[in-house]
Design a protein around this ligand. Sequence first.
Ligand code: FAD
Length: 465
Amino acid sequence: AVGDTDYDVIVIGAGPGGYVCAIRAAQLGMKVACVEKRATLGGTCLNIGCIPSKALLQSSESFHEAKHGMADHGIVLGEVKLDLARMHARKQEVVAANTKGVEFLFKKNNVTWLKGAGRITAPHTVEVDGKSVTAKHVIIATGSDSTSLPGIEIDEKRVVSSTGALELDAVPETMIVIGGGVIGLELGSVWSRLGAKVTVVEFLDRLVPGIDGEVAKSFQRVLGKQGLQFKLGHKVTKVDTAGEKARVTIEKAAGGNAETVDADIVLVAVGRRPVTDGLGLQELGVELSKRGQVVVDKHYRTNVAGLYAIGDVIDGPMLAHKAEDEGVALAEMLAGQAGHVNYGVIPAVVYTWPEVAGVGRIEEDLKADGVEYVVGKFPFSANGRARAMNATDGFVKILADKKTDRLLGAHILGPDAGTLIAELATAMEFGASAEDVARICHAHPTLSEAVKEAALDADKRALHI
Ligand code: FAD
């Protein structure tokens, strides 16, 4: 026992928020347990989120490239065939390697996995499988779950959430994706590359709300060239599964004449909700927001002493790296250190091909706030390496303060945008100016030269355009 409790820290949920928090707390000398009800560790991200979706994105991209991209390189292949069962099996191997990796890390760091569903029965007390355990600090890291729309029932067969869309055992001829956000576009891309005719229905008049509007427009054009179809400013009001195909009713967002379209698969990707049911929060009087998130202060404290929350279950972008950084920050705070998350510099990435990545402010918000800024831009069509790769769609866009030249935001549509954005996040974290980035020596020929050129263009002195 630690003092008069069993543990220093009990974390409920072993997703990227929870497991990283548990490891960091253990590294700092605390006695830690992590409660997880799933049969494997790693949460949504490793089991049914980031990792399996990236495995399928990679496989489907390779398939598409083999089928359509090789001839340009002078590589003549025979008939390219799909072995979907093998593709899923590989995905599962990737998932297992990751979830087992977390199990190994728990052992290495002496974190105890308490298997089962956790319920907080009193302050400092968690019940797991009928057994009560106590800790000085209890952390809610129960994450999020997919949601649907009123009147649309997810059966994970024909009407699927992202979880079902990662498991389809045949390529659908037609697929309707409800929601043009990150998850809908990533999984829509997977099945489109494997041969499905995919139509994305989005309520707003643009894709991926939250990313830079100019990037979103170009992104839509590029996906359109790949064969995805879009119905923006439309909503799905009904999905009828009585017949052989799903019959989807689509209306203008503002209402009006309805049309019906048949589809083999309907993917509902309209958002995620925080998971708080069955945790005993109501009985304890834990404050929740209108959207059902656990309300915390800057130190991740709830209104109940000794109870904290991090990750998708609290406010902020529902991203694995945000959850992880909160886990580290909270563990460090509990150890008496100064944990910190810079919410102004959290990159966001869409892992399609090309990728989309952004960090910091978007142009629309700077305009709305009356901030004076300059824009630097550089297209991949003028980058030698991108040409060599046959990947010239997209551009780098940098936003800098007009007076101080300090970087305010950066947005990239292009090959490996998710990796390229790290340089700009680093620069922003160090308070760099656009000129600082422009003066860094970038290796030639690399995609990252497009970042340098965009930084130069902020001062209208790009060299290669
Ligand atoms: P979660 O990962 O949701 O983990 C919570 C865990 O708590 C779960 O394992 C759950 O079983 C457990 N739990 C809940 N209640 C209890 C209880 N009472 N007792 C015991 N255990 C409990 N983010 C990215 O940054 N990049 C991506 O590429 C990306 N791709 C995604 C793709 C898809 C298809 C989806 C669905 C999500 C994706 N995300 C991505 C989002 C990312 O998965 C989440 O932001 C992240 O998992 C949140 O971490 P978390 O630790 O807060 O919660």
